[in-house]
Design a protein around this ligand. Structure first.
Ligand code: SAM
Ligand code: SF4
Length: 469
């Protein structure tokens, strides 16, 4: 039996998890907390009271590892202060930076006790036990525990079910990872290297986790995957189930009121998934479908495997199935070789598509990706200028999208107290934040809200009909 398994179940140690990057990391951080809870570690928001600090890192753009090393510098100081006061603190680095730079982290930052990649967090209690046994060694002999393997075993099968009380604490909305990794190999992207090959969770595991979440009070689930619409799980009869079919199965869970998924690749947006948008009212009309560039030349160099025209005709088919579909996207400016005309083509596809929101980034070279070997890098000041112009266009579209809601009555899932006294806040079907005057007993249900105004990033509403009415 490992040391940690012998720890009293009521031990009250505290773990502080700092999450960088995407929703998949948020989900992973919650699962790390779930894996540690049976071993006496309760989550804390106060880093000063933590016995264990975990940095769940992201490697998608440059400077990520430098950020981690500077955070480790601060943690070293904090650890020193705690030790001086008779306490202690262990430090772990998880996620994609850990996956990509495991040994390097341990070498450059001896303060780190454990380093583990995204495929290993179900082994965290065991790693922690091994790291604890090193604590009392002479610093010259102490070695960080490193686990960056891509094991064959299914990490999800080894995780404890999320605790009911923890789920409730996380609120009315929850993430559920259904797919991990990516086989697309876009030439700029590290994901296929840090997260590995595409793997889908079996259908029964997904349905069980969704039922548990709904039993614990969750009303809205967002299915997650690096390339979520490539989902192909196996059902109990051994059949291959795509994301569209999975949505139909999830729609049968009583009490589940809203379903979303992110992030999708245009090539995997198949007829089954488009039909699900036509047929399932619980599948929300908001789709994050990155195109990255509007230039066919750049799309080819990015290895995206589709053209701008194919993307636009896909959008047409999606809107034919769900006319009110709001779109969101990701864009990269300054990919190597991007000429003025290529960038103008990107602005054109943005105008033609019309986005409710979008994320945009300057291209940053990721070591180990094919893009890193390309010449013809775009100068930094041109990237900056293009990013500014692109964001200005998207901001205009977002503002117009918000304004188009004024006068409409929308179903709003009220999730929390608002920023102002007497206010509550929630989300529209299109993922917009909505604030309205109302009592806290509105929290937890979907109410009909008339949109009466907009502010920079949200809508202002007025309760028309509560769910109870
Ligand atoms: N799977 C999604 C897709 O196919 O579009 C994207 C996942 S990635 C985690 C999120 C976004 O980060 C990408 O859509 C891309 O815009 C951006 N990104 C990835 N690598 C990048 C790089 N090297 N430089 C700049 N942005 C990058
Ligand atoms: Fe990265 Fe998305 Fe391309 Fe996969 S599909 S390589 S995650 S950008």
């Amino acid at each position: 039996m490992s040391e940690i398994e012998t720890m009293p179940q009521n031990a009250s140690k505290r773990v502080f998890i700092k999450t960088y990057g995407c929703q998949m990391n948020v989900y992973d951080s919650d699962r790390m907390a779930d894996a540690l809870a049976p071993h006496g570690y309760m989550p804390t928001q106060e880093i000063g009271e933590a016995d264990l600090v975990l940095l769940n890192t992201c490697h998608i753009r440059e400077k990520a590892s430098e950020k981690v090393f500077s955070e480790l510098g601060r943690l070293k100081e904090l650890q020193g202060e705690k030790r001086a006061a008779g306490g202690d603190m262990m430090i772990g680095v998880a996620g994609c930076v850990a996956q990509a730079e495991g040994e390097e982290i341990a070498r450059r930052a001896p303060v780190v006790d454990l380093v583990f990649g995204p495929q290993a967090y179900h082994r965290l209690p065991d790693m922690l036990a091994r790291a604890q046994s090193q604590r009392h060694m002479h610093p010259a002999l102490k070695k960080a525990v490193i686990d960056t393997d891509f094991p064959e075993e299914d990490k999800f099968a080894h995780l404890p079910a999320a605790r009911k009380e923890a789920t409730i604490a996380r609120g009315l909305t929850a993430f559920l990872t259904v797919q991990e990794g990516c086989d697309k190999f876009c030439s700029f992207c590290v994901v296929p290297y840090t997260r590995g090959a595409e793997v889908s969770r079996p259908v029964s595991q997904v349905l069980d986790e969704a039922r548990r979440l709904v039993d614990a009070g969750v009303k809205e689930i967002t299915l997650l995957g690096q390339n979520v619409n490539a989902y192909h799980g196996t059902d109990s009869a051994g059949r291959d189930i795509g994301l569209g079919e999975l949505c139909y199965l999830l729609a049968e869970i009583p009490g589940l009121e809203r379903l979303r998924y992110t992030t999708s690749h245009p090539r995997d947006m198949d007829d089954g998934l488009i039909a699900a948008h036509r047929d399932l009212p619980l599948l929300m009309p908001y789709l994050h479908l990155p195109v990255q560039s509007g230039s066919d030349r750049i799309l080819k160099a990015m290895n995206r495997k589709h053209t701008a025209a194919e993307y636009l005709s896909l959008i047409e088919r999606i809107k034919a199935a769900r006319p009110d579909m709001a779109l969101s996207g990701d864009f990269i400016v300054g990919f190597p070789g991007e000429a003025d005309q290529d960038f103008e083509d990107t602005l054109t596809i943005i105008r033609e598509t019309g986005y409710a929101s979008a994320y945009s980034f300057k291209y940053s070279t990721r070591p180990g990706t094919p893009g890193a070997n390309l010449g013809d890098q775009v100068p930094e000041e041109i990237k900056t200028e293009r990013l500014y112009r692109l964001q200005e266009l998207v901001n205009q579209q977002t503002t117009a999208f918000h304004a188009s809601m004024v006068g409409k009555t929308l179903p709003v899932l009220v999730e929390r107290v608002g920023r102002m006294p007497g206010q509550v806040g929630g989300r529209s079907p299109y993922l917009q934040a909505v604030h309205l005057e109302g009592a806290t007993d509105l929290i937890g249900a979907i109410h009909q809200v008339e949109i009466i105004g907009t502010s920079t990033n949200s809508l202002v509403g007025r309760l028309v009909r509560s769910a109870a009415a």
